[in-house]
Write a protein that binds this ligand. Sequence first.
Ligand SMILES: [Zn+2]
Length: 300
Amino acid sequence: MRKLPLKLKQLKILSRRTLLGETEEKEKEKLARGFEGELLFDRLLDESVRALDVFHLKDYRFKIDAGTEYLKVAGGLGEVQIDNVLVAGDRLYTFEVKNFGFDLVYGSKSWFFTGGREYKDLSMQVNRQRTSLDSLIREGGFKSEITPHLVFVNPRQTIYNMPNLENLMIPSNTHRRLAAICTSNHYDHSTLIDYLDSRRLVRSIYDLPANVSFGELRPGVFCYRCDSVAELVRVNRHLYHCKFCKTAYKTLNIVECLIDELRTLNDTWVITPAMISTLSGGAVSKAVVNKYRRENKISF
Ligand SMILES: [Zn+2]
């Protein structure tokens, strides 16, 4: 499973518990669209590799050591994030997924909006991913040619001037290209995968606590299965439900959800039963939280 990016998760929580500004709303929509695109590509890739002997690493993040070529170019950026790394047919591939809602004009030096304004050099972004991954695997004593891909997943988007490059994917050529790429490995690549896993950054340097204090949070219990920002409806003392997606929540689910919200917003907060009860807006009492804790049903 691909994990929801921390920033998006924080914004989803804050959209229920604070009033988001326009910039934050836009950021939330952008991140949500990006994540949706990644899930869409995951489904296509999963389908293409089903029953094959391949390795697929999702949202692969690593630190690049100082002194590499990448650092000199990027000027201080020490973290690389790659949406997908695939080892198939004994070759290494990367896929950077873009779920853009706007059209673009391809350019070999830069990409442009249809109005003529410069967007950015997307090809450079994927080439940097390739060179960084290449130095990483070399550091571990491995060597492999890496083919980077830029994947546009939104079928409503048009790329004008698009050259027939092997590593540019759009919805109409994705299936065919994936079918050509996705073949079983003949050799055992588990040592490479173990090495990549050992170099994986669990936490991004960009994952920061939300800029909000506990006292600013609107109390209440909310549904995170759907986009509803309305409070859950109380059925009885032990049961709540979301009137939009109809998900039922037992008190224990609610407490787990509240703990997750607090951890997501700021993992330096020391969580107490009183905080959980306050955040629930009275839906769960301190005594109930303490009881679950004694029964080892929750921990914080
Ligand atoms: Zn819901």
